[in-house]
Design a protein around this ligand. Structure first.
Ligand code: ADP
Ligand code: MG
Length: 333
């Protein structure tokens, strides 16, 4: 064998190795969007990650309540108008979930969220009078959608913060699948979307944070599911020794005090999981368990103020606590 051909054999082997790595290895991206850090891991497809990022940016331009230029901000300023097909799809879907949760989720909660200084602005504790006045205008039933025309009741403003990331995750899942992707893990800041399984055939493993520390309380093994966590520990501020967080009970205008520290919802739909994680947090454990028994289209993990973990029975085989000594209770039908 001549030196030249030996060299070209080595080069060929190296190229093969390189190209096989390229097809087998994931594409990853970390981007800041929708006020959070998003991490995408996608196996297969060349242009898919760039397309996914572009899609996130596109939806952010529509749904952001903190950007004055968003379509939603324009709608809130004018009290009504014609919106894009995308917004005209999300608002009615979100309204249906407000109805389903008996108003525990209420997308017209924005004036109250703003008064507390969440999203934009300085954190503050509004007076009882101020909250009573603002809460009076919170009612998702005052939003009407006919085709692309949306009308808001007097004083009402929409905040899609409780549902937008879930909706976005569903759209990304659709787009990646259409591009031929069969395996991906999308983390949209606490909203995880597991597409297919890992390339080696194992389930994806999604950790549930301990609301009271930096570590995790449990790991869920899932495939083709959204895993969405809402917790008061994600966004909060302290005043005079009291902690105020960003999940509002629409009935009181105050941060929900339901005895829960976090709610993780597992469902096929990212939108459903996102909406329910917020709503079940407001409802508290007993009402949330009743909701699960009534619908059975999701599973959930709850962490309460005592650190006890409750999981709906459908998750038993998918759930591993991080600590052997953890107090775990199963919610049954
Ligand atoms: P995160 O955005 O931290 O992932 P959530 O999905 O639970 O958490 O959404 C909380 C956001 O939704 C808040 O920041 C606020 O903008 C909005 N929000 C708060 N309370 C409610 C509520 N009861 N119904 C609908 N939206 C809410
Ligand atoms: Mg939510």
């Amino acid at each position: 064998m001549k030196v030249g051909s030996r060299l070209s054999a080595v080069v060929l082997a190296a190229l093969l190795l390189l190209s096989s790595c390229r097809t087998a290895g994931p594409q990853t991206a970390a981007i800041f969007a929708m006020d959070t850090v998003m991490d995408f891991t996608v196996y297969g497809g060349a242009q898919t990650l760039a397309d996914a990022e572009a899609r996130v940016r596109e939806l952010e331009t529509l749904f952001s309540v903190t950007s004055e230029e968003s379509e939603l901000s324009a709608l809130n300023r004018s009290g009504g108008g014609t919106v894009s097909a995308e917004t005209a799809a999300l608002i009615p879907a979100a309204l249906a979930l407000c109805e389903r949760t008996g108003g525990a989720l209420d997308i017209t909660v924005y004036p109250v969220v703003r008064a507390w200084g969440f999203t934009a602005g300085e954190h503050r504790v509004p007076s009882g009078e101020e909250l009573a006045a603002l809460s009076a205008a919170v009612d998702y039933r005052g939003v009407s959608v006919k085709g692309n025309a949306v009308t808001l009741a007097q004083g009402a403003e929409i905040d899609l913060g409780g549902v937008a990331k879930g909706y976005t995750a569903d759209r990304l899942t659709e787009q990646l699948r259409a591009a031929g992707v069969e395996s991906a893990l999308l983390n949209l800041g606490g909203n995880v979307q597991a597409i297919g399984k890992k390339p080696n055939g194992d389930d994806w493993r999604v950790a549930i944070r301990d609301p009271q520390s930096e570590s995790n309380v449990a790991v869920l093994a899932v495939s083709n599911r959204a895993v969405v966590t809402s917790g008061g520990y994600e966004r909060f501020f302290e005043r005079d020794g009291v902690t105020y967080h960003h999940i509002i009970d629409p009935a009181t205008g105050c941060p929900a005090k339901s005895g829960l520290l976090s709610v993780t919802v597992v469902a096929e739909s990212g939108l459903l999981a996102d909406a329910l994680s917020t709503a079940l947090y407001v409802m508290g454990l007993d009402r949330a368990a009743e909701h699960w028994r009534a619908y059975r289209d999701f599973e959930a993990v709850f962490v309460d103020e005592n650190g006890t973990i409750f999981l709906t029975e459908g998750l038993q085989s998918r759930f591993t606590p991080v600590s052997r000594g953890a107090a775990v209770e199963v919610i049954r039908l």
